[in-house]
Write a protein that binds this ligand. Sequence first.
Ligand code: SF4
Length: 245
Amino acid sequence: MSLSLAQLQRDYGHLGGGELLGPMIRDVFPGRIALVSSFGAESAILAHMVARIDPATAILFVDTGRLFPETLAYRDTLIERLGLTNVRTVAPSPSAIAAQDPHGELYSINSDACCEFRKVEVMEKGLRGFSAWITGRKRYHGGERSALAAVEHADWRIKVNPLAAWTPQQLAEYFKTHGLPAHPLVAQGYPSIGCVPCTSQVAEGEDARAGRWRGQEKTECGIHWSVDGKPIRPSSPSPSSAATG
Ligand code: SF4
């Protein structure tokens, strides 16, 4: 199957959740699509959907080296509970850490540079060989996510956002319906969970992502931004044949 972004949006852009993921994993990108998961607060939902479609689907987990130990434990819990067979943990190399952040303080000096080498570069390497990736972003997160399409592209890859239109109520209902375990930090006031130095607890009434890079203008790690520093938009120019299979 070979489809342009416009064709993908026309045929699948109105779908969400498992209805979108099923054809993406089975038909459009068989063996060439990966779920990128932080194993954070809401990650169990997509992991569960993927497991029901094909538990051997690649799941990329970027271990920045600054994550909460609870997140690593939660990853292992979900692997076991959901029967995931292809979770790939990728991480910055010891030499990259020694060269770029030997004292572990780069986050406080230049958080963009820290995210770049600990997350963006690592994920880009992990995605080599894949034509598409699945993200857990949602429109209700606001900011540059407000206009998120279900299917978009970043550079020459397709991005699939099955939860783009989902609400917090739908997410909570999915957890309940399927008996999914919660990330242990959610109950401690962390509705959005990243690295230890850049994640703080959120007070009642604050946005879910208010605890990420608190006090900075930064709201994204760079994974969801294009190489020229602009947010990825569904209206970006489409490659002539973005999906093949
Ligand atoms: S979230 Fe913070 S610690 Fe993690 S990679 Fe980005 S700047 Fe570094």
